[in-house]
Design a protein. Structure first.
Length: 395
């Protein structure tokens, strides 16, 4: 039996999502068609839209279905920037943090390279928390230049939870739209778009136990947004394309279940996370935990995130050795896998490059158990010893 501890990359589909997908996949119907099959498909989509909206504190008209988190982030960043520049050309500055997911970072860099945008990267402290005072200063100093603020709700690598409501309030007071990537937070933390005061919010189906290839961007009714796709005019013209009715329904079902179980699941996952972190630190291998960690905490760190740094080891070597031993985890974001560069998140925290290269992210989810954690702790000493031998280090 293999131990899967990479839920931050993707989490197994929930049974309710599998059953919903299986039931609806055999049906024919384009939700844009006017005949009976089309109307049935549209009813499925609109029911899911209402459920996603209710789950996240939004109005159904604010839910725009997409192919996932990356598309939603791109639509939010590029679309909000384009809309703001169209009405106020002087607003060229996008303010974001140095630890964002690459879907946001690369979208901002694209705007800088092609659309005359400027970028301001907010600093973070040693635990990964954004400097809120710096945001206030930027908004005050360049009050007529800022087009958008984008800060993730929770970090996908180290699990740090940001003070989103406070950041959104600062942006709102300055008259600037606020986007947050809540892919890691939705279904795990109490995510409510209205209560948080954000204008744009990204969620992804496969991170809550739904199918791959589905996501949503919540767009406030007063938020101007230029579409990224053209061709069919679906979803108020904000995202053209035939809608995957079965996938969208399965996404809504998974999100509903994740939120219904959220409080109980958070406590269970935090206990597993704490068991893993405390156990790893007690092995005498010099392992360090990244970010703020307090036993039982779910306010400052995602309950299922255990990010560790193993000195004198290469993360990829650790990853392959763990995989061979039956443990599946990651060295960071799966969306940046295969790169040789140290994690930009760890570097932003001030972690030295050699330490950043020995990072492992263990992420727990709805299928995780004590057996999974114990499997990691059982093989970790030998794996670290082998990785250090491969690196020519003895200690």
């Amino acid at each position: 039996m293999r131990a899967y501890l990479d839920h931050a990359a993707t989490t197994p589909m929930r049974r309710v999502a599998v059953e919903t997908l299986a039931e609806l996949a055999a049906r024919t119907g384009n939700a844009s068609s006017l005949h009976a099959s089309g109307r049935r498909a549209r009813a499925v989509v609109e029911d899911a839209r209402e459920r996603v909206a209710a789950a996240l504190g939004a109005h159904p008209s604010e839910v725009v279905f997409t192919s996932g988190g990356t598309e939603s982030d791109n639509l939010a960043v590029k679309g909000a920037y384009a809309a703001r520049r169209a009405s106020q050309p002087a607003r060229r500055l996008v303010v974001t943090s140095a630890v964002e997911h690459h879907a946001v970072l690369d979208a901002v860099e694209h705007l800088v390279a092609t659309q005359e945008a400027q970028a301001h990267w907010l600093r973070v402290d040693a635990t990964g928390v954004v400097d809120a005072q710096e945001l206030l200063e930027v908004l005050a100093r360049r009050e007529n230049e800022v087009a958008l603020v984008s800060v993730q709700w929770a970090n996908n690598e180290i699990g740090t939870v940001q003070p989103i409501a406070a950041l959104a309030a600062a942006a709102r007071d300055a008259g600037v739209p606020m986007h947050t990537d809540a892919v890691q937070a939705a279904g795990v933390l109490p995510v409510d778009v209205a209560a948080a005061g954000v204008d744009l919010l990204t969620v992804s189906s496969h991170k809550v136990g739904g199918p791959l290839g589905v996501g949503a961007l919540l767009v406030g009714r007063r938020t101007a947004l230029e579409p990224g796709l053209h061709g069919g005019g679906q979803q108020r013209g904000l995202r053209s394309g035939t809608l995957d009715a079965p996938g969208i329904a399965a996404f809504a079902a998974a999100l509903d279940e994740a939120i219904a179980e959220r409080q109980q699941a958070a406590a269970r996952l935090a206990a597993l996370r704490d068991r893993l972190i405390s156990g790893a630190l007690a092995l005498g291998l010099g392992i360090e935990v990244t970010g703020r960690w307090e036993a039982g905490d779910t306010a400052y760190r995602l309950p299922g995130n255990a990010h560790l740094r193993v000195p004198d080891c290469d993360g990829d070597a650790l990853l392959y050795l763990l995989d061979a031993a039956g443990v599946e985890c990651s060295t960071g974001s799966a969306c940046a896998a295969g790169t040789q560069r140290p994690s930009h998140v760890l570097l932003a925290l001030g972690v030295a490059e050699d330490q950043a290269r020995g990072a492992l992210r263990f992420s727990l989810g709805h299928t995780s158990s004590e057996d999974d954690v114990d499997a990691v702790l059982a093989v970790l000493p030998q794996v670290v010893q082998q990785a250090r031998r491969a690196a020519g280090v003895s200690r």
